[in-house]
Design a protein around this ligand. Structure first.
Ligand code: DLZ
Ligand code: SF4
Length: 508
């Protein structure tokens, strides 16, 4: 007998660690579609289609190369519908001498995996996920040497190590970071080139029907699914981005516009996170575009920083800080998630736009996630567990290693500042500056009280006041705290009353 190689839904990569040294004559690859993974949060139907269709395509590609794949389908009557149950059943079928897996992307799954040896009586080897630049032990060593985990320093080490955008020991262009050039609003009338869409093939159409039937009640439209589901499609999507949108990606990275759900963004996170696209390949393609004079450095550096810096950093932190991290609630937030996160009507146009596109694309870009839905959750004090479950459910790219730090740490400050030295709290003025959402909104970003007040304004001051004591020692919060202290007490009271009135209208 040979070994059993386990491949999970977000591990559809040809050079996956658990497929290394595979012996096609003796070994079997196990892939499992299971109900438990489709429902532990109510995933957006497009997210489920993406995972299952990518899995089916990947299994087909492995088989075509002569690899024996034991593929358990969701509608197989014998399916126990959980990873551990299926690994147990498969171990009885194949009687492997060992089970080889790749480190999963979620703590919950790792815990289950660590029980497979007891469940099957077969030794289990869990291999480092080599799709990432930074092995977890290396990140832990980096983090152990520091009191504060600053992405920027980690990122510079990764640049030096990989040689990406380096000229010897120096960053190309003489600067590590060009973010200051990346904050323009979208000029009126500028329409970004539409991203490539991939029409569903027979396999995807079959999965769409299955998902519509079983998970049709989950938030999100399954019609319109157009994500890459193979490595070839993912590569085409990357090339299209590099040619069409990368040159303008930098400047408009933080912009938001009505009816422009994707702007100049790459839309490659779902492909990267499930293994269809190699992070180094993406970074090299962008670097090549710069070296060939086809894209400016601020855009290319910003893109590389997201992948080589930010993505690796949040993954390292997740595994360094779990399981305690998810349970933290530094700001004592406990309000239930309002119904408009699931598509109920709201008069706030920014929220309505972000949620509507999430419904039909399973996608919103980082500033929408951070500064619209995330900022609202922060200011209104929404319960972290509910906020995290929402982000994990609704975005096609959401695997917990990336979703949790971005939401819990960056957006809602539930970790008390482990990731971000100050909360990303903003009033309506920020949204008004970075978008055209406010133009057609029932609210006025310049008003803080009264019938047309923008809720973000009173909520912002209420948030600062609620947490004044906690932030008193944070130099980066000195400005808003000073403004609050200088404010006419009657105005302060009116803002807090406005916030309380608004919060009372939220229905879960
Ligand atoms: C997200 C997801 C879904 C919807 N379905 C499956 C599945 O049926 N089989 C599978 O192997 N993985 C699935 N996943 C991904 C897992 O929930 C989880 O994110 C990864 O296994 C973490 O490595
Ligand atoms: Fe959002 Fe306020 Fe602008 Fe309306 S006015 S879009 S609620 S920021």
């Amino acid at each position: 007998a040979g070994s059993m190689r386990v491949v999970l839904g977000d591990q559809c990569a040809r050079d996956l660690a658990s497929l290394r040294d595979l012996d096609p004559a003796r070994d079997t690859v196990l892939m499992m579609e299971v109900q438990a993974e489709c429902t532990y949060v109510p995933h957006h139907p497009q997210k489920i289609v993406l995972f299952l269709s990518a899995m089916r395509h990947f299994a087909r590609a492995l088989s075509a190369r002569g690899v024996r794949v034991d593929y358990i389908r969701l509608d197989d009557p014998a399916n126990t519908q959980s990873f551990t149950g299926e690994v147990q059943r498969a171990a009885r079928r194949h009687r492997p001498v060992r089970i080889v897996a790749t480190h999963p992307g979620e703590w919950r799954v790792l815990q289950g995996m660590e029980g497979w040896q007891d469940a099957t009586g077969v030794p289990v080897e869990i291999r480092e996920d080599t799709r990432f630049f930074c092995p977890l032990p290396r990140f832990r060593a980096w983090a152990a040497r520091r009191k504060q985990y600053r992405m920027e320093f980690f990122y510079r080490e990764m640049r030096r190590e990989t040689g990406l955008l380096m000229e010897g020991d120096d960053p190309v262009g003489g600067q590590w970071n060009y973010d200051a050039e990346n904050r323009a609003a979208l000029p009126k009338g500028l329409v970004p080139p539409a991203p490539l869409r991939f029409a569903p093939d027979d396999i995807t159409r079959e999965v769409i029907a299955l998902v519509a039937e079983r998970f049709g009640a989950h938030f999100g439209d399954v019609a319109g699914f157009a994500w890459p589901v193979t490595a070839k499609e993912a590569r085409a999507a990357l090339d299209d981005f590099i040619r069409q949108r990368l040159p303008s990606f930098g400047g408009y990275q933080d912009a938001m516009a009505v009816g422009q759900p994707t702007l100049f963004h790459a839309l490659i996170a779902p492909s990267l996170n499930i293994g269809l696209l190699d992070p180094m390949e993406a970074c090299r393609a962008a670097e090549d575009a710069w070296r060939a004079g086809r894209a400016p450095l601020n855009a290319v550096e910003g893109f590389v920083r997201q992948i080589l810096g930010w993505r690796e950093y949040v993954r390292g932190l997740y595994w360094h800080l779990m399981p305690g991290y998810a349970a933290e609630n530094a700001l004592g937030a406990d309000r239930p998630l309002p119904a408009f996160y699931w598509g109920a009507a709201t008069s706030m146009r920014c929220i309505e736009q972000a949620v509507a596109q999430t419904r039909f694309l399973a996608y919103a870009h980082h500033i929408q996630r951070l500064m619209v839905t995330g900022n609202f959750a922060l200011l209104a004090g929404l319960a972290p567990a509910e906020v995290n479950a929402w982000y994990l459910a609704v975005y096609a790219d959401a695997v917990e290693w990336v979703e949790l730090p971005n939401t819990h740490g960056m957006a809602i400050h539930a970790d008390g500042g482990v990731m971000a030295s100050k909360p990303y709290a903003a009033s309506g003025a920020y949204i008004n500056r970075m978008s055209d959402y406010c133009v057609g909104c029932a609210h006025d970003p310049k008003q803080a009280t009264g019938p047309r007040a923008c809720p973000f304004n009173a909520l912002y001051w209420d948030f600062i006041a609620r947490h004044a004591e906690r932030f008193a020692t944070n130099p980066r919060m000195a400005m808003p705290l000073r403004s609050l202290a200088k404010m006419d007490p009657r105005k302060r009271a009116a803002l807090r009353a406005e916030a309380a009135r608004f919060l009372a209208t939220l229905d879960a």
